[in-house]
Design a protein around this ligand. Sequence first.
Ligand code: SF4
Ligand code: SF4
Length: 224
Amino acid sequence: MHPRWGDISPPTFNLQRCTQCKRCTEECPFGTLDEDEKCTPKPNPGRCRRCGICLGACPERIISYADYSVDMVVRMIKAIEVPDEFEEKPRILILLCENDAYPALELAGFHRLRYSSYVRAISVRCLGAINVVWLSDALARGFDGILLLGCKPGEQTQCHYTRGSDLLATRSENVKQKLKQLALEDERVRVEHVALSDYLTLPALIDGFVKRIEDLGPNPFKES
Ligand code: SF4
Ligand code: SF4
């Protein structure tokens, strides 16, 4: 069953705060959004596939759903306990696509495969639905590393929304700038592409990332 079976809510746009940056209209993989003469998006709920890519694209955080928003994930991230630097435990955030990567992690659990207990996972609608603010908030809160797991991009893409994985790559420049601003290493944020059938190798992939983060040492922004 699809993880959002029964969810038919289209995104809503708080257009009073829209800056007409056009990111949502340009990134919507299904050409769902029209624009008026000022480049303000004009939603077409009947054509929307509810992928969340516009929510990930909007720098103003003004696109949300009845039961899902940028702020909701921000609160989920804030609710995760981050051990302080003296506990010598890293805290790794995994944001993973609900279509393949999350079921792969569930399958790994179903088969009782073990992976690091330092990770905490939050599923998202698509890699392209990741709003960069989630990454900057998590790093500023003291998460030591962030692993983004989603479908394979490119010509052989397995993305359910056709180019969500490719879109994340185009936004990664913003992530690099944020890491630079915080004086953190690029390696603290990694993107990996996994299919459902990769569940056997997923624990090793997670553990490899955790090991790399342990080698880098704690995020200096850790709350004490
Ligand atoms: S949810 Fe997806 S399909 Fe719907 S408007 Fe946003 S980007 Fe387009
Ligand atoms: S991405 Fe956000 S701010 Fe930019 S045009 Fe769309 S709704 Fe407006």
